[in-house]
Design a protein around this ligand. Sequence first.
Ligand SMILES: [Zn+2]
Length: 231
Amino acid sequence: MRFIKDKERVIVYVNSREDARILASELGCESFYSDLGSIEEKEQVTARWRDGVHRVIVATSAFGAGVDYAYVRVVVHLDMPRDAINFSQEVGRAGRDGYGGHSLVLLPSRYTPVSDETWERQRFSIPVSERVMQRYVGENRCLWATLSRFVDGPDQMQYCVADLECSVCLDRGFFRVGQEVDDTRYWDGLPSTRETEDEEDDREEESEEESEGESEAEEVVARRGALEAGS
Ligand SMILES: [Zn+2]
């Protein structure tokens, strides 16, 4: 963690409190999850991270509300993020000081992208925010556009710009505006939050279901600059 300087911090998000505890112990830092302890105890853990006792914290999605620290430089998601709403808020914590940040999504080796057939079959059976994450990690499309279309709506969706590119756009050389918009197959079945507000309200509650997943991370899916989406 030598590349993290001074006030800079790292958040590693995991899907279960068990993973949070285990990984924090391996990294020698603290963990944060919903039933960690009293409000005071949670505030103390957050304060120690903010004060730099440990520059890294391993957390579930419970770590979020009230965490307004400007110098988060790296946000890592270990395992598949389940929900695009939480995910966009979590990556939006990076680079709030205006100096950029990185988002890494590390998928387990067992992860396989959802096939087109499965995509069609699950169209109405799994939450839209999960489907957005499937697209996010499974397709070779601008990551920012994928998330932004969902969060900001089709009319205000944003793309990568020069010097602030996602890993997909970096690989391509640069993103060609309009390409994603014209691809109706890709967006089919992905309404934005503006169209699904009622549905998504039900999922605002943080989910901390136990995960069976091993946390072995092998594949770097996403690396992108300061993310404003969702902030
Ligand atoms: Zn991009």
